[in-house]
Design a protein around this ligand. Sequence first.
Ligand code: AMP
Length: 188
Amino acid sequence: MRLLLLAPPGAGKGTQGDRLAARFGVEHIAAGDILRDQARADTPAGREIAAYQQRGDLVPDQIVLEVMMPRVEKAVEHGGYILDGFPRTLSQATAAAEIARQRGLTLDHVVYLHAPDEVLTRRMLHRAEQDGRGDDTAEVIAYRLRVFDQATRPLIDYYRGRGILVEVEADQTPDAVTGDILAAVSDV
Ligand code: AMP
């Protein structure tokens, strides 16, 4: 199983990624978590990544591709992956697709999880109370939703054009969302 969760911040990619990875016995590769780990390193590269994340800006494509592609390739050796949060720009998607095509690791399914901005904002503000993520402040949340609209939303049409996109309503219980995803990927 090689599946991408494409979703605005707060839609539940992390939760669904964990569940789907357990269900299919593959690795859950979460770009935000991997970049947050790198950002903890007290190095120039770590500090650069931390600054982008703190502001809610996307980390530059080159850095993201270098960090993420080896993880994807390794996961494929162990049966596949649930990717969450990468690719997030058209140029990441086309670069990743080219590498994937050459090595036979292209995506089977892309699941677009969607919910209204008010729901996403409410969830992220709630998450801020639980785990205090530095980018879950009201101002940065609003900015991250705009970044999604500008940089990531074009991927919906890109993957729809490749015939691998399914859409799932994220404003439901986690169990209902998982059920809808499983139903959507087993029919296509
Ligand atoms: P997330 O945990 O998915 O909400 O991601 C948190 C932050 O990590 C984002 O706001 C970006 O700063 C960075 N990030 C995660 N994935 C990517 C990506 N594919 N490209 C660029 N930046 C990313």
